[in-house]
Design a protein around this ligand. Structure first.
Ligand code: MN
Length: 364
């Protein structure tokens, strides 16, 4: 099958000393970095451990050689059948956990300056996402304007903003306005920001990964119910790595409340919450078969496939098999629907010409 496949969730490993080398001098001693000890990889900034991961023994059979080198990455993609990727940082996903606003802002700027240059030779294969801080509206808007001028088409905000800020705060309106007017897609990757999910007891590994996806659902409720997406009907938000079958359940739940509690509902929306949700929110998934069953309710434009390369929970090097199995379980899906979920919807969002990687390489 010769389909265009664009993974809506992939990560790049930054150079080890990126922030130590590039931050303004007075901030360098507090720079974001990762440090291994016997048991853990510790992600550190501002003299605090922001996150630590136990060193696992999995996946030694399939090292991800392209996590930082783009030529090797293209080889991995060709092997795995992937034609394009939306790129997030690795260590940089920790920046929204930095509490000092000056250090957080300077850290995203270092990443944004580095990533646009790194991926600029391959504009139709890689779409790099800029990082935005979310401490206050003014600094986020200023950085959004700066990265747009640098050439970014999409930017990512933390699932949980800093402090008490919430995404229904009216002060954030100019950000949504700016993004909508310029067609900048806003994305929200699982586990970014001040997400406090640290179960350690029985079941912890699965409980933590599951709970993280609930944060993405909460976030979507804020954008839909507060009227942000209704006031900005061209604004698209993408929620990343939290599956997609919950979209239908959330739509049903919001509609039920919107109708039954209508007396209390403010603001009133011009469309039902579910209609806003299905047309302006896009969720990425790796293994979620159940979302296809909801297509009669949600349509298929709110679900897109992703590999999460080079992460362990991702589908490399078996993406072809994963995709084939997803569709084998759902034989009634049309070719158009499959093509959109795998790459067509992503191409529309980012204005990319859907072309197979091998065709591009032959043409180059
Ligand atoms: Mn991811």
């Amino acid at each position: 099958m010769n389909r265009f496949i664009f993974s809506m969730d992939a990560h790049v490993s930054e150079p080890k000393t990126l922030w130590q080398d590039k931050l303004p001098f007075h901030l360098r001693s507090r720079a974001l970095r990762s440090q291994r000890d016997e048991k853990y990889i510790n992600m550190i900034a501002d003299n605090k451990v922001l996150h630590r991961m136990q060193i696992g023994d999995n996946n030694t059979d399939h090292p991800r050689l392209g996590s930082s080198d783009l030529e090797l990455r293209l080889q991995d993609m060709a092997q795995d059948g992937i034609d394009g990727e939306l790129i997030y940082p690795n260590l940089g996903t920790m920046i929204p956990r930095i509490e000092d606003p000056e250090l957080a802002l300077a850290s995203v700027q270092v990443y944004n300056d580095w990533a646009i240059e790194k991926f600029s030779p391959y504009p139709e294969v890689f779409v790099a996402s800029a990082l935005l801080p979310m401490v206050d509206a003014a600094s986020t808007l200023a950085e959004l304007k700066r990265v747009h001028a640098l050439g970014y088409r999409t930017a990512t905000l933390p699932i949980k903003p800093a402090g008490d800020l919430r995404y229904n705060d009216p002060s954030l309106e100019p950000i949504w306005e700016y993004a909508e007017a310029r067609g900048i897609v806003l994305t929200f990757h699982i586990s970014t920001g001040l997400v406090l999910v640290q179960e350690k007891g029985p079941g912890a590994a699965v409980i933590n990964y599951t709970k993280l996806s609930f944060e993405n659902q909460n976030l979507v409720a804020y954008f839909v119910c507060s009227g942000v997406l209704d006031r900005h009907p061209k604004l698209k938000i993408v929620v990343v790595e939290a599956g997609a079958s919950w979209i239908a359940a959330l739509g049903e739940r919001m509609d039920e409340s919107y109708t039954a509690h209508n007396y209390y509902v403010r603001p009133k929306l011009s469309r039902m919450p579910s209609e806003i949700l299905y047309s302006q929110v896009v969720a990425t998934f790796q293994y979620d078969r159940a979302c296809f069953n909801n297509i009669p309710i949600t349509g298929h434009k709110c679900m897109v496939w992703a590999s999460d390369y080079p992460h362990m929970e991702g589908t490399f090097p078996h993406s072809r098999k994963v995709v084939a199995e997803l569709f084998a379980d759902n034989p009634e899906l049309s070719e158009q629907v499959k093509a959109d979920i795998l790459g067509g919807t992503a191409a529309e969002l980012f204005g990319i010409t859907p072309r197979r990687l091998e065709e591009r390489r032959l043409a180059a």
